[in-house]
Design a protein around this ligand. Structure first.
Ligand SMILES: Cc1cc2nc3c(=O)[nH]c(=O)nc-3n(C[C@H](O)[C@H](O)[C@H](O)COP(=O)(O)O)c2cc1C
Length: 172
């Protein structure tokens, strides 16, 4: 298997899980990203914004909606400058209003994806992969988009076998 990088965003704090608000000490997507590291040997790059989103669920949904409407690119604490060393790039994030948080695009648009294969991975509360594959087609110029994987947020912790099978089938 070639080298895999997971670029991910994940938010701790209050979130909606199976119809109730819960305080997540570790974000769902972070759990998934760490499984890719532990089970498939992937390296991780966490997208982290200079201005943190609110830990309050409702406030965060408003912030995210505004960013999406204005098509903003929030500033990140650090940027990855090259993915040349990797064969497979997994882009993992929560579904926010049907796509990735805008902060993920802040990072993706700085990279050269020529000849790379990218894989959309999304944790969600019912929307599945939603706009993730289309978003990668648009924001990862030059890449081909592989099979996606949608994981219900509440199932993130029990997704080890799904991730192992997905990695085996898709990451070359
Ligand atoms: C701002 C915001 C917007 C969301 N929008 C959606 C959505 O459109 N569809 C969906 O299925 N879940 C939505 N969710 C739920 C998250 O996608 C889900 O809880 C995800 O697993 C969170 O991942 P994280 O803990 O890694 O941030 C939203 C959550 C937040 C905070």
């Amino acid at each position: 298997m070639g080298k895999t990088l997971v670029i991910y965003y994940s938010r701790k704090g209050m979130n909606y899980v199976n119809g109730a608000i819960r305080d997540l000490k570790k974000g769902n997507t972070e759990i998934v990203a760490e499984y890719f590291r532990d089970l498939a040997g992937a390296d991780l790059f966490e997208v982290d914004t200079v201005n943190a989103y609110s830990t309050d669920y409702m406030t965060c949904t408003d912030e995210a909606k505004q960013e999406l409407r204005k098509n903003e690119r929030p500033q990140l604490k650090q940027y990855l400058s090259s993915i040349a060393a990797y064969d497979n790039i997994v882009v993992a994030g929560p579904c926010w209003w049907g796509t990735y948080p805008m902060a993920v695009f802040s990072q993706l648009e700085k990279l050269d994806f020529s000849g790379k294969k990218v894989f959309p991975v999304m944790t969600h509360e019912g929307s599945g992969l939603a706009g993730a594959p289309a978003a990668l087609k648009k924001h990862c110029k030059g890449a081909s988009v592989g099979q996606g994987l949608a994981i219900h947020g509440a199932d993130a912790a029990s997704s080890k076998s799904i991730i192992t099978a997905y990695a085996k089938a898709n990451l070359k």
